[in-house]
Design a protein around this ligand. Structure first.
Ligand SMILES: CCCCCCCC/C=C\CC(=O)SCCNC(=O)CCNC(=O)[C@H](O)C(C)(C)COP(=O)(O)OP(=O)(O)OC[C@H]1O[C@@H](n2cnc3c(N)ncnc32)[C@H](O)[C@@H]1OP(=O)(O)O
Length: 280
């Protein structure tokens, strides 16, 4: 089974070869010794908002799994109610220019790595998954979600526009028409709605059930030769990855322009306030 021994790590790659479980600050990786399937758990409390460090650690973990020829990867969250709250708004609010630049370049890198990984990937969505959380989920090949949560690209509701590669990922997942409706409305789907629209593939009754279902999905590939599998996957996905690779700098500049716009800053400020007021 998945070994959960927590180890102090120096490099994830070396430890993955030797031990069942490794942990950096915000990401835990445990590998099933028998099946070779890895569970990658985001553990940045309270809501796994994607800051520079979480993004970088996720990217490192996924690349290490690639190097170690893992048989499959399940992405999930240590939180009981949030898979990921999307991008950390604090990275974009009154940003340090060098950090926000690295933040965006790292996010691009993470997406290209996850979307194009050779191993089968499953999101076990055990909590809310708005915006960047939805992007991570959609970048996997299969999605299993627990009931009573929400998922979607809600950017327009926040007065911002999802970047073209977010849009492409959604279009590739649910098709043009449904993506157009979802993106323009900034729609957050309930688990049941997400299943109906094809944004997720299965509903699970618990996190354990989601992991078992994910293992079953990945298990199907045991009989499929890996190379044809990967080539087929990339035939479908590489065009969008290459588009971003070629336009990384333009995409970065567009992001910086939006983020540094005083109107965006005001919008982020109000949104942060509204998040805090929900509690009061
Ligand atoms: C190239 C073209 C230009 C591109 C322009 C920019 C494109 C940007 C693309 C993507 C955008 C994003 O991903 S923006 C993030 C969008 N995310 C959301 O809208 C989700 C916001 N959060 C929530 O709805 C809820 O927090 C939750 C449903 C995820 C969880 O609810 P819960 O009740 O469990 O938790 P709280 O709401 O009490 O939150 C706890 C704590 O966390 C803070 N928080 C929540 N989300 C974020 C976030 N995304 N970033 C930073 N901080 C976040 C929240 O304020 C609370 O803080 P305090 O405890 O201090 O009050």
């Amino acid at each position: 089974m998945y070994s959960r021994t927590m180890l102090k790590v120096r490099t994830l790659s070396n430890n993955l070869k030797m031990y069942g479980s490794t942990s950096s600050n915000f990401v835990n990786v445990s590998v099933n010794d028998k099946s070779g399937v890895a569970i990658v758990t985001m553990q940045r409390e309270p809501v796994n908002s994607l800051n520079l460090e979480l993004i970088t650690q996720l990217k490192t973990a996924l690349s290490d799994l690639e190097r170690n020829k893992c048989r499959g990867m399940i992405l999930t969250s240590a939180s009981k109610s949030v898979f990921s709250a999307g991008l950390d708004i604090m990275e974009m609010y009154k940003p340090n220019q060098e950090r926000v630049r690295n933040f965006w370049l790292s996010l691009q890198d993470l997406w290209m790595t996850l979307y194009g990984c050779s191993y089968p990937s499953v999101a076990a969505i055990n909590g809310h998954s708005p915006a960047g959380g939805c992007l991570l989920s959609m970048s996997c090949e299969y999605r299993i979600m627990l009931p009573n949560f929400t998922i979607g690209l809600n950017e327009t509701k926040l007065g911002i526009i999802a970047p073209s590669w977010f849009v492409a990922t959604m279009k590739n997942t649910i098709g043009f028409r449904k993506a157009e409706m979802a993106l323009t409305l900034g729609f957050l789907f309930t688990t049941e709605e997400a299943l109906k629209v094809g944004l997720i593939d299965e509903v699970a009754s618990s996190k354990e059930d989601a992991i078992a279902k994910a293992d079953k999905f990945i298990g199907q590939f045991a009989k499929i030769p890996p190379q044809p599998r990967t080539i087929s996957k990339l035939m479908l996905r590489s065009k969008d990855i290459e588009t971003l690779r070629k336009t990384k700098e333009q995409d970065l500049q567009a992001f910086l322009q939006v983020v540094n716009d005083p109107k965006t800053q005001k919008g982020l400020e109000l949104y942060l306030e509204s998040l805090k007021q929900r509690k009061a």
